[in-house]
Design a protein around this ligand. Structure first.
Ligand SMILES: *Cc1c(COP(=O)(O)O)cnc(C)c1O
Length: 356
């Protein structure tokens, strides 16, 4: 009996529509990392049908894999290009997001080889120091127009470091720096906000927003109620119930000790399924609507919950993730974020797409 992961595609579409209605510009769908673990092959076409015309992946290979399912729309690869990838990128009509003079050189060479003008999205670094052109590289582009020869800049993009913290001064510092950079690219379209950035107000508006997390139900405004619809439910059948006497222990290391006669429910989900070991002795699940604490250590394929006093029996379902206790809540218990919970979701779960 395996766990069931239900993914509500109607909720993903509704979240995209809600975000798209929040601003005047276009709204992309960020579907990197297999749509945050939920299935890019399912999510992508649904967003396409809903009117989404711009998609972001991380790796070129991810974009290539999705191209047949997402014809005729912009597929962009955030992590840029390696020199050996330029041919594929061109052949598949993928727009690389480039953030170094090296990458621009490789893409220029491809344009020259094909005798075509090739599209590019330029990423500028305004504080992330991860990807993107530096001030020095931007100066080089100003001084030498040939560095963009054969390339058509579709968007200039930057990424916010702290958009989920509305009062963080760095947010405004980044948009100010970006506005300065845009003087160098008059008339070129811009792309600034991720999901949380879309909630920061008019200063963060751009021609193309890039929401990911919010589509999948994560809360883009952690200091306020979640405006997004929940998307995932993970439920696992109870395999066995164990009666443990006071003083008895549960699981590896025996580091959970029963303080009262306890009923322990075992489910067939463990850290090999992305149910993080950091949840040991701190996670919670739901039986009906009652929270049940995770007791003992999460093991590779099994996890145990204290269902003392509840009418839980083998075959009944425990809800490990759901509307009442979503990925953000589980993440807090594990000491991580909802993104990691979603992208870790296991491959052994039975997956059911609903709202199709
Ligand atoms: C992942 C990513 C996004 C999406 O961010 P969310 O917080 O998931 O909305 C947007 N832009 C870039 C550059 C990214 O890497």
């Amino acid at each position: 009996m395996t766990a069931l992961l239900e993914i509500d595609l109607a909720a993903v579409v509704s979240n995209w529509r809600k975000l798209a209605a929040m601003h005047a510009g276009a709204t992309a769908g960020v579907i990197k990392a297999d749509a945050y673990g939920l299935g890019a092959a399912q999510v992508g076409p649904r967003l396409l049908a809903a009117g989404c015309r711009h998609f972001f992946l991380a790796h070129l290979a991810e974009a290539v894999a999705l191209r047949p399912l997402l014809p005729g729309v912009m597929l962009a690869a955030l992590n840029g290009l390696r020199p050996e990838e330029t041919g594929d990128c061109h052949a598949q009509g993928i727009v690389p997001v480039l953030g170094s003079l090296h990458e621009l050189g490789w893409w220029r060479a491809e344009a020259a080889l094909r005798g075509e003008v090739l599209p590019v999205i330029l990423q500028v670094d305004t504080g992330m120091a991860r990807l993107g052109l530096s001030a020095k590289e931007l100066a080089a582009l100003r001084e030498d127009q040939t560095l963009l020869q054969g390339l058509r800049v579709e968007y200039v993009l930057t990424h916010l470091t702290s958009s989920e913290i509305p009062r963080a001064p760095v947010n405004h510092r980044q948009v100010l720096a970006f506005a300065g950079v845009m003087q160098q690219f008059p008339g070129v379209k811009t792309s600034i906000a991720n999901t949380s950035g879309m909630f920061l107000g008019a200063d963060f508006a751009s021609d193309l927003a890039r929401p990911g997390a919010g589509l999948y139900g994560l809360n883009p405004t952690p200091e306020a109620a979640n405006p997004m619809r929940p998307v995932v439910r993970l439920s696992a059948p109870i395999l066995q119930i164990h009666e443990v006497e006071t003083g008895g222990t549960v699981g590896y290391g025996g580091d959970w000790v029963a303080k009262r006669p306890s009923r322990i429910a075992t489910v067939g989900v463990g850290y090999a399924d992305g149910y993080l070991r950091a949840l040991s002795n701190t996670g919670t699940a739901r039986f009906d609507d009652t929270p049940v604490p995770l007791v003992g250590r999460v093991s590779m394929d099994l996890t145990t919950f204290d269902v003392t006093g509840l009418r839980a029996s083998p075959g009944d379902m425990l809800c490990l993730l759901g509307p009442e206790h979503g990925p953000d809540a589980l993440a807090r218990e594990a000491g991580t974020n909802g993104y990691e919970i979603l992208t870790s979701l296991g491959r052994r779960y039975r997956r059911r797409y609903i709202g199709a």
